[in-house]
Design a protein around this ligand. Structure first.
Ligand code: NAD
Ligand code: TYD
Length: 348
């Protein structure tokens, strides 16, 4: 049985991906996560006893910890979700994003190269253990911002605008360099905005739900007409599985949803689903460097693997809202003291 190391597996997408893997694939899973403010062991409580699952607390920027885990569990594949992920926090503390997303990714790549190489001491060796794979979970934000027309393709210029996007672009390009220079069998995916269960409440959709449930105002940046290409998280997980199995080494694959929605429409729709008034909407100062529109062309992935999303935006949003309503305790625990302090600083 193959062993997949999921880094950042206690976060939003990583924990959904682990659930997806254990349910749909015959693999062992090692969850390697530093447990930052965004990492939550509760997300995986239900699989803790599964014999195919193990958790290791560790930092991808710590080579000894990473190498130890690769050796101990005889890892065949790495799917790297571990990152600092919130654009607004990247404006407050860009250095944390540089450390985790650029340096962390490079260390993880180097550990993978050394562990999988048939001659680790020889930098010219391009031979690796059979079947090993490194998947880098990157983002549409590396492409920067679009106008009203067009979509990002895999060969669109890399033009990040936020410290978060720049740090993800740095990690993403390091993967390319390890492929080209050392022949590391790696693939990069770039996905649009995800939503679904277990998303930390700093992000737009769970923030709307949390604030609406507490009768708090919903902060909408600028005119609220920025557009995001939303994808239900389970669809991202199924796409990643396809890429793990069928993706071509050295390639980049865009992953995206079919729905483009303005932030204001998203806020209004969630408020309607929760039966809360639009008077909760509060327009606030815009985010500096705020990208206007993202849209992904995922023709390459569809052509190569046959993947396309199963969930419409409405169906995914309905499931998401129902999940948060059924898991209010999870939400209250995630929205801890650190989160309240962050919100006070961000929004007042
Ligand atoms: P998240 O913030 O919910 O979770 C990140 C996880 O990584 C947390 O569990 C955290 O503890 C862990 N982590 C952070 N730094 C670490 C380190 N140095 N070592 C080990 N673990 C560390 O993030 P998410 O929304 O689940 O995003 C996961 C990945 O997907 C990220 O790489 C992100 O850039 C990418 N992505 C996210 C979206 C989205 O809409 N959320 C879209 C496209 C791509
Ligand atoms: P977010 O969930 O932070 O994802 P990203 O910045 O990676 O796209 O934000 C989604 C959109 O919602 C983005 O255009 C910023 C906007 N937004 C608000 O208007 N108010 C908020 O309080 C937050 C967190 C986001």
């Amino acid at each position: 049985m193959r062993t997949v190391m999921v880094t950042g597996g206690c976060g939003f997408i990583g924990s959904n991906f682990i659930h997806y893997l254990l349910k749909n694939c015959d693999v062992k899973v090692v969850n390697f996560d530093a447990l930052t403010y965004a990492g939550n062991l509760e997300n995986l409580r239900d699989v803790e006893q599964d014999k195919r699952y193990a958790f290791i607390k560790g930092d991808i920027a710590d080579a000894a910890q990473v190498s130890g885990a690769l050796e101990r569990f005889e890892v065949d594949s790495i799917v790297n979700f571990a990152a600092e992920t919130h654009v607004d926090r990247s404006i407050l503390t860009p250095d944390a994003f540089m450390s985790a997303n650029v340096m962390g990714t490079q260390r993880l790549l180097e550990c993978a190269r050394v562990y999988w190489s048939l001659a680790p001491g020889d930098k010219n060796c391009r031979d690796y253990r059979p079947g090993v794979r490194y998947i880098q979970v990157s983002t549409d934000e590396v492409y920067g911002s679009l106008g009203m027309e067009g979509k990002f393709c895999e060969d669109s210029p890399i033009a990040p605008n936020s410290p978060y996007a720049a740090s993800k672009a740095g990690g993403d390009l390091f993967v390319r360099a390890y492929c080209e220079t050392f022949g590391l069998p790696a693939v990069v995916t770039r996905c649009s905005n995800n939503f679904g269960p277990y998303q930390f409440p700093e992000k737009l959709i769970p923030l709307i739900i949390y604030n609406a449930l507490h009768h708090r105002e919903i902060p909408v940046y600028g005119d609220g007409r920025q557009v995001r290409n939303w994808l239900y998280v389970e669809d991202h997980c199924s796409a990643l599985c396809r890429v793990m199995r069928e993706g071509t080494i050295g390639e980049v694959y865009n992953i995206g949803g079919d729905t483009e929605e303005s932030n204001l429409n998203v806020v209004r729709t969630v408020l309607r689903m929760l039966d809360r008034p639009e008077s909760l909407i509060r327009f606030v100062a815009d985010r500096p460097g705020h990208d206007r529109r993202y849209a992904m062309d995922y023709t390459k992935l569809r052509g190569h693997t046959g993947w396309s999303p199963l969930y419409s935006f409405e169906k995914g949003l309905e499931r998401t809202v129902q999940w948060y309503l059924a898991n209010e305790r999870w939400l209250e625990t995630a929205a801890d003291q650190e989160f309240q302090t962050y919100c006070k600083m961000m929004y007042t």
